[in-house]
Write a protein of this length. Sequence first.
Length: 110
Amino acid sequence: MALNTLQSKEEYEKAIESGLTLMDFNAPWCAPCRTQEPILERLSIEYEGKAVISAMNVDENQDIAATLGIQSIPTIIIFKNNKEIQRFVGVQSENTLSDAITRLLDEGDS
């Protein structure tokens, strides 16, 4: 499954509404964002059915980026049931993101 790219505020709100969602805020001109993309694509396959891995272009969704206080990209935010749980700024390793997702999924099981 390819990385889910959200286009609108409605899609964003639905994506974070329930469950665990990792959202990558990026822009096509951002070299570090392009570096992050294949990592997120692998995570979307690994966690399919367990967590939603999505991306959003901050240039096309400036209102959401402003509301969340995003000042640098890539910014990755993990939401759980519509609440921000963890934030990463800059390129993150697959292990870092995988560990964060797994920990939050495990918390839900206990």
